[in-house]
Design a protein around this ligand. Structure first.
Ligand code: GTP
Ligand code: MG
Length: 195
């Protein structure tokens, strides 16, 4: 599945702003700064469609990207960012939770983690929710370009262990810089959308 056309269809700070139709959606969740928005850019061959930042807390709304007029990629705010007020944190958590619990269009939810770091307790909690909700449990371990090739398997094993993933086929090492594994993920997205 190649992305021929992608557009930012809706920026939603409230549930009432969600697109009102039944197009399938694939959502990306993960810690702040892990690379969710960068993933959407690189996966769709666009440099700055989704706004990214070296500082955590960039995406503060739910951003719906309409792809090939047939499905959506959904960029969510991150969780686990310490340097933010309680009120702001509560707002983001509400946005994330509402989308995950109430959005009927969501066909699959991918967890994005940083390949360099051990997943946190919040990552584990999110992953358990993904599995318990009946999703496949796909994990994108991004920033692959930032570690030595010789260390990759060790890092993948740590992610597997921490999240209790039995099937390594569910983990995709990825780099938004080099687009490593983009073709594999394109195939996976195609399968998800056509089910
Ligand atoms: P929030 O919106 O704050 O939740 O963050 P996010 O998960 O959307 O992260 P974002 O895409 O804004 O990326 C955070 C930082 O990581 C940026 O400086 C990106 O350039 C960098 N980054 C993301 N993915 C990669 C990658 O695969 N490789 C490298 N080298 N840097 C990356
Ligand atoms: Mg973002």
């Amino acid at each position: 599945m190649k992305i021929k056309k992608i557009e930012l269809e809706q920026v939603a700070g409230f549930k009432s702003q969600w697109p009102n139709d039944n197009l399938d959606e694939i959502a990306f969740v993960g810690r702040s700064n892990v690379g969710k928005s960068s993933f959407i850019n690189s996966f769709s061959n666009r440099k700055a469609l989704a706004k990214t930042s070296s500082k955590p807390g960039k995406t503060r709304t739910i951003n719906f990207y309409r792809v090939n007029d047939s499905f959506r990629l959904v960029d969510l705010p991150g969780y686990g960012f310490a340097n933010v007020s309680k009120a702001e944190k509560a707002k983001w958590d509400k946005l994330i939770n509402e989308y995950l619990h109430d959005r009927e269009n969501r066909k699959e939810v991918f967890l994005i983690v940083d390949i360099r770091h051990e997943p946190t307790a919040l990552d584990k909690q999110m992953y358990d929710w993904i599995i318990d909700s009946g999703f496949m449990g796909f994990v994108i371990a991004t920033k692959y370009d930032k570690i030595k090739k010789s260390q990759i398997q060790q890092h993948i094993n740590l992610i597997k262990k921490k999240l209790e993933i039995e099937d390594e086929g569910l983990i995709f090492a990825y780099s938004s810089e080099t687009k490593h594994n983009k073709d594999v993920l394109e195939e996976q997205v195609e399968v998800i959308i056509e089910i």
